[in-house]
Design a protein around this ligand. Structure first.
Ligand code: SF4
Length: 55
């Protein structure tokens, strides 16, 4: 089970700085590598638009 970033993402980059394992990549919207994510939930709590959800 990993977290994923939905289309509510505004590409602010807040989550990428919070992820302890560097699983979040920059793009038009940000994305989470499911193989690296440890499902800690830190990014979901940090996201100002609530764009990050558990899959
Ligand atoms: Fe990184 Fe934790 Fe978010 Fe997974 S749930 S992408 S490990 S901050």
């Amino acid at each position: 089970m990993a977290y994923k970033i939905t289309e509510s993402c505004v590409a602010c980059g807040t989550c990428a700085g919070e992820c302890p394992v560097g699983a979040i990549s920059e793009g038009d919207i940000y994305s989470i590598n499911p193989d690296t994510c440890i499902s800690c939930g830190t990014c979901a709590g940090a996201c100002p638009t609530g764009a990050i959800v558990e899959e």
